[in-house]
Design a protein around this ligand. Structure first.
Ligand code: PLP
Length: 399
């Protein structure tokens, strides 16, 4: 189909839930994607932190092909090897003992909220159901996840929202302490806020949250949907902070581009989920698990991907800091690993559009003035240089 026709039919047949750019993408390999018109793009968005190994990584492609020839789907009434193998990989490499698989970040968070409520009811009685989350957080678009999300614009129009959520400023331990009541059952946070503007907490914050949760018998849920799978230079972002959650959610990078989400928890907490309490038809599907196994193995294999992510992250932030020295439109450059935000004094969208025209995919978040970079973890210096030079040019012009 002609690109123009695809865009026309997209407008006609799809619900208008996205402000899509008038570009049709058809092919991808590593850091690059190609439009239907043959135009080449460097992908610094990586499907919003999804394509951790780049586009169509050969190991992921082969794993999907092999699994597709063997078994694509069966019910969770039966055992399948890929699901067990993936769960074992995640458990071995995290604080957790048990995994529940689903299909997206919102679903994983929905499951986390259910698990925390059920655990609190069984251990402390019916009045402990409240979950404290952060302002500017993002936890997904299902009704409980959007209620957990600390942003009015995500919630507007869907009232009445779920009862039992409170929001406090991120990285503010005093506000969190004040918000805890006899009704509180859990605290739910992103280790680094993504959609809120790549907000990195101070070094001690998550450790203090952990202590506070211990003292009050609260569960700590970390939403690592965006920060997990090596994005910040550690396999999971909590590893930077010398602490661990009780419950963690994953999605985005887990399947290397194939939809899959996961809820991880310690044995004691996981034990409250019993047959009939939670389920997902597609959760832990053989095809998705095969892709995720290949992705996890490639990330963890001899530490190369994580080392590379740390080195490139440092280089990337260094290049962006250089731009900041000469450009007064840049307020801040922040992030960890290859999870990087550049806060501007101005709306970022014209920059995003100009980058697209010039063959680079990025986006902006956090109120529209934070450019967000979540490239594949295999990005190279020369590609970072191309982006830095373009940003330098664009930010010195009045676009
Ligand atoms: N949690 C976080 C931290 C996210 O960044 C996102 C998506 O951007 C979600 C949850 C929702 O994930 P999904 O879009 O897969 O439902």
């Amino acid at each position: 189909m002609e690109p123009r026709k695809i865009i026309e039919e997209s407008e006609h047949y799809l619900m208008h839930t996205y402000n899509r750019f008038p570009v049709v993408l058809r092919k991808g390999r590593g850091m690059k994607v190609w439009g239907a018109d043959g135009k080449e793009y460097l992908d610094f968005l990586g499907g919003i932190a999804v394509n951790v190994l780049g586009h169509c990584h050969p190991k992921v492609v082969v794993a999907i092909q092999k699994q597709a020839q063997r078994l694509i789907h069966v019910s969770n009434f039966y055992h399948i090897e890929p699901q067990i193998k993936l769960a074992k990989l995640l458990v071995t490499n995290s604080f957790a003992d048990k995994v529940f698989f689903c299909n997206s970040g919102a679903e994983a968070n929905e499951a986390a909220i259910k698990l925390a409520r059920k655990y609190a009811k069984e251990h402390y009685g019916h009045d402990r159901y409240e979950i404290i989350t952060a302002l500017k957080s993002f936890h997904g678009r299902t009704l409980a996840a959007l209620t957990a999300t600390g942003q009015d614009k995500i919630q507007k129009g869907f009232e009445p929202l779920m009862p039992g959520f409170k929001h406090v400023p991120f990285n503010d331990i005093h506000s969190l302490r004040e918000a805890i009541s006899a009704k509180t059952c859990a605290v739910m946070l992103e280790p680094i806020q993504g959609e809120g503007g790549v907000n990195v907490p101070s070094d001690g914050y998550l450790g203090e949250v952990r202590e506070l949760c211990n003292r009050h018998g609260l569960l700590l849920i970390l939403d690592e949907v965006q920060t997990g799978m090596g994005r910040t230079g550690k396999f999971f972002a909590y590893e930077h902070y010398n602490m661990a959650p009780d419950i963690m959610t994953l999605a985005k990078g887990l399947g290397g581009g194939v939809p899959i989400g996961a809820l991880l928890a310690t044995d004691k907490i996981a034990a409250v989920f019993k047959p009939g309490t939670h389920a997902s038809t597609f959760g832990g599907n053989p095809l998705a698990c095969a892709a995720a196994i290949a992705t996890v193995e490639a990330i963890l294999e001899d530490g190369f991907v994580l080392d590379h992510c740390n080195r490139m992250g440092e280089y990337f932030r260094g290049r962006m800091m250089q731009l900041k020295e000469t450009c007064d439109q840049i307020i801040d450059v922040r992030g960890k690993g290859l999870f990087i935000g550049m806060e501007l004094t101005r709306d970022g969208m014209p920059i995003v559009k100009a980058c697209l025209d010039r063959g680079i995919l990025i986006n902006c978040t956090g109120g529209g003035n934070v450019l967000r970079f979540t490239p594949p973890l295999i990005v190279e210096k020369k590609e970072v240089d191309v982006l830095a030079e373009l940003l330098d040019e664009l930010l010195s012009r009045s676009i």
